[in-house]
Write a new protein. Structure first.
Length: 312
């Protein structure tokens, strides 16, 4: 479950992190007011109640730090994050270490955690500052903690931000990337094969479908203007035998999506809100689609037009 932590403020994120630490370390967390924190937003001294486990807890002096971003696709692999750790935080930690104020360092961030780079950063902090226990906790782990501690979710009113449903967004990413690759390589061949959708397409049936699904007239015109020309290309793409595996991906994805849409339909007013939601969900989790993001909507519109999602 994605609680969209990019939507809360930096101060709220710091408070949320300290609330999580009360659960995993202990009630004795001391929070610092915003300002020149000297490399810390909270501290704890003693034996952790449940970190990294209740059987082998860390102990000593803990420094807790939070780094918030409003960028939903930010990652620990971003250069600005790595530079901030190396140039700003490590020098502060060295001062704390020299003053015997830190044995364990926990850095929380609402960025995606890249395992290779994240672990290398942890090692660099350990070796440079001479701290035995260092961990960078990314948004994935923070979401797990929030799922375990719903009282924190309620306290920070995160329910208004979390995504109504999850689905296998990587399937749609795979379809978009391969479709874009094939139409780019075989543009002339595809153009020769395509029979354009005729003007006498039965829009009356589509208008009835739109009424059942509460899709607005203006948005349907938007689909016809911006996406319709690609639908016959997607037909060819999915019917080509070399794409049999991708066709299975498509069928599984539409089955999963339609099931979730039917279950969660009441959480959206107009059907176009579902399109916007799914588009943002997929794009935010798959930055590789940045220059191909219009195809997310094109595929979603095709699914709807083809009666693979929504009420028929």
């Amino acid at each position: 479950m994605d609680y969209r932590l990019e939507n809360i403020s930096e101060n709220e994120f710091e408070e949320l992190v300290n609330s999580i630490c009360q659960k995993i370390l202990g009630i004795g967390i001391i929070s610092f007011r915003k300002g020149k924190d000297g490399g810390r937003d909270g501290k704890f001294e003693g034996i952790a109640e449940n970190y990294p486990s209740s059987k082998l807890p860390w102990k000593g002096k803990f420094i807790i730090q939070s780094k918030h971003t409003d960028n939903p696709i930010a990652s620990c692999s971003d250069n600005n994050f790595q530079n901030m750790i190396k140039k700003d935080e490590i020098p502060k930690l060295k001062v704390l270490k020299a003053n015997n104020e830190v044995d364990n360092y926990l850095l929380f961030t609402n960025r995606r955690f890249n395992a290779d780079i994240g672990i290398n950063l942890e090692k660099e902090i350990k070796n440079t500052v001479c701290i035995e226990n260092v961990v960078i906790i990314g948004k994935e782990t923070i979401h797990q903690y929030l799922n375990l501690h719903k009282n924190i979710v309620s306290a920070f009113n995160l329910n208004k931000y979390f995504l109504p449903f999850d689905f296998t967004d990587t399937d749609l990413k795979e379809l978009v990337l391969e479709f874009h690759n094939q139409i780019t390589k075989n543009q002339s061949d595809i153009r020769n094969k395509i029979k354009k959708i005729k003007d006498d397409c039965n829009y009356i049936e589509k208008e009835l479908k739109n009424e059942k699904n509460k899709l607005g007239r203006d948005y349907f015109e938007y689909i016809k203007t911006n996406s319709l020309e690609y639908f016959s290309k997607i037909d060819i793409f999915l019917k080509d035998t070399i794409n049999n595996e991708l066709t299975e991906v498509y069928l599984n994805l539409t089955n999963e999506l339609n099931n979730m849409i039917l279950v969660k339909r009441d959480e959206f007013a107009q059907f176009e809100e579902i399109f916007v939601y799914i588009y943002q969900y997929v794009y935010n989790k798959n930055p590789q689609l940045k220059n191909k993001r219009r195809f997310i909507n094109i595929f979603l519109h095709y699914m709807y037009f083809n009666c693979d999602i929504g009420v028929k």
